[in-house]
Design a binder for this molecule. Structure first.
Ligand code: BTN
Length: 242
């Protein structure tokens, strides 16, 4: 899959994920196509949140992933491929990022990138996915958000299209490593995992507690050691990092 060889560049759109989903419905997107927007007026985040990014200063785009052998059972691999790819791209900029489960990218306790993967499942064909990525590039002020950007971290302005193409290279490399070189993405993901094996504060349906992330299950659930109850497994909406 060549990522970004086909690029649809929009000035303004509600959400690049919505735009991509419409094109997929019409059968008009090929795998690897990137939909990039200078501005999203209704950018979407995980858990039904909004994604805010100052227009013209950040990367907000969606990547269409088709013809990759993924199913409902191994869909977490896609999250891992994308998160590790973003990490590797940031490493090339001299930045040391970690991955907050399931797929946020952090630098020193501040969020630099978010990922929203929306899968299209059908019994008659392999899974297709729209991978939405928001990467903070040149934005230097974040009101009410614990966030950072490449410029804030490096002190240097980064041209957006160059940044997009370097990121696309890193993502392509991450896909290739997994599907052509049998790269152990799971071990790599665990090495980069935020708060892994540290005692930290979380909350679940029973309230707040101190726990320690001890692993990830094969379907991507977070395994947390909760002192009295032993190891608990959480899906995305069931645990909050405090
Ligand atoms: C999150 O961390 O909550 C996920 C954020 C994902 C934001 C990106 S920006 C491009 C794409 N289009 C959207 O509406 N959302 C994703």
């Amino acid at each position: 899959m060549r990522i970004g060889q086909k690029l649809i560049h929009l000035e303004s759109v509600d959400s690049t994920n919505n735009y991509a989903a419409n094109l997929v419905k019409q059968g008009r997107l090929t795998s690897g196509t990137v939909i990039l927007a200078d501005e999203q007026v209704s950018g979407r985040g995980q858990r039904g949140t909004e994604w805010h990014a100052e227009p013209g200063k950040n990367l907000t785009f969606s990547l269409f992933v088709d013809e990759v052998n993924l199913s409902v059972n191994n869909q977490f691999i896609l999250s891992q491929i994308i998160a590790v790819g973003i990490h590797d791209f940031l490493e090339k900029q001299g930045l040391n990022a970690s991955i907050k489960w399931p797929n946020d990218v952090y630098i020193n306790d501040k969020k630099i990138a978010g990922i929203l993967i929306e899968n299209q499942l059908s019994s008659s064909r392999p899974m297709r996915s729209i991978v939405g990525i928001g990467l903070n590039v040149n934005q230097c002020e974040f009101v009410d958000f614990n966030a950072t950007s490449i410029q804030l971290e490096t002190g240097v302005f980064h041209p957006l299209l160059d940044t997009l193409y370097s990121l696309a290279d890193a993502l392509e490399h991450s896909f290739h490593a997994v599907f052509s070189e049998n790269f152990d993405i799971n071990s790599r993901y665990m090495q980069l995992l935020y708060q892994y094996q540290q005692s930290c504060r979380y909350s679940d349906e029973k309230g707040e507690f101190m726990g320690e992330i001890v692993g990830i299950s094969s379907i991507g659930k977070l395994q947390v050691l909760k002192s009295e109850e032993g190891i608990q497994e959480y899906s995305f909406k069931e645990i909050v990092f405090l």
